[in-house]
Design a protein around this ligand. Structure first.
Ligand code: 1GP
Length: 252
């Protein structure tokens, strides 16, 4: 099994930030996937997340297999439900949707997925998933049938994350949802970071270098970029450089 959690934790302990690229199998052009994977190799991307709340294409396994074949980066499933499991990946974010009150995404899907996950070689990453209001209705909010956390309530976000950590979750993922109009506010990221010790992943609507840096400065340990790279592949290079620069200036 992979040791991705330890790797993330040791980077956080060393004060280093990381970049995760989210590949949504529904949004990818599979013809150019091979070239894209080769291009990613030359950039300082740390993790590849594969998934989304709704996967309607047949590309999920193909994307994972291609990544495993052509790159050495850790491939982590970002599942939308208990069906999104494929053991050729390295790990899976076992998401508990702690911002919501839908029992299906707090325990139901997990019970269904548990035997398959136990038989697999996937590293399980127990993750408190917090969906934050973003200005527009996101797919994840609709599909999960949950109300996102209000964007201007950092105290609710902090209490939710504290509860998640106390329940034993090893990562907190704050997400404004894919293609969010507004990324998560710095105040909210900072409030969560101040109150929990587990690594903090932040994503949703990060589509400029400035927004990426804002999330990192506020306390995100890992930032996730999806949509913006689909629209402009060159953005990945820009944001990877920004994360690198951030790490160098922090240690200097
Ligand atoms: C969504 O956090 C991810 O779940 C990434 O969001 O596609 O908006 O970058 P974007």
């Amino acid at each position: 099994k992979s040791d991705i959690l330890k790797h993330i934790e040791s980077k956080v302990a060393a004060g280093k930030k990381s970049l995760a690229l989210l590949l949504d199998p529904d949004k990818l052009d599979t013809d150019s996937l091979h070239d894209r994977i080769l291009a990613i190799k030359s950039l300082s991307v740390d993790y590849i997340f594969v998934g989304g709340s709704l996967i309607s294409s047949d590309n999920f396994e193909f994307v994972i297999n291609s990544l495993k074949q052509y790159s050495d980066l850790p491939v982590i499933i970002f599942p939308g439900n208990g069906m999104h499991i494929y053991e050729n990946a390295d790990a899976i974010l076992l998401l508990q949707l702690i911002s919501g009150r839908n029992p299906d995404f707090l325990i139901g899907q997990h019970v269904i997925a548990a035997p398959k996950l136990k038989r697999s070689n996937l590293e399980i990453l127990p993750t408190g998933y917090m969906l934050v209001e973003s200005g527009v209705a996101t797919t994840v909010s609709y599909i999960s049938n949950t109300t996102p956390l209000p964007a201007n309530k950092p105290d609710i976000a902090a209490c939710t994350a504290i509860a998640g950590e106390m329940l034993g979750l090893k990562l907190i993922y704050m997400d404004a949802g894919s293609g969010a109009q507004n990324p998560i506010k710095q105040e909210m990221i900072a409030a969560v970071k101040k109150n929990v010790g587990v690594p903090l992943i932040v994503g949703g609507g990060i589509n400029t270098v400035e927004k990426a840096i804002a999330a990192l400065e506020a306390g995100a340990d890992v930032i996730v970029i999806g949509n913006a790279v689909e629209k402009d592949p060159g953005f990945l290079n820009e944001v990877a450089k920004a994360v690198q620069k951030f790490n160098i200036s922090e240690t200097a």
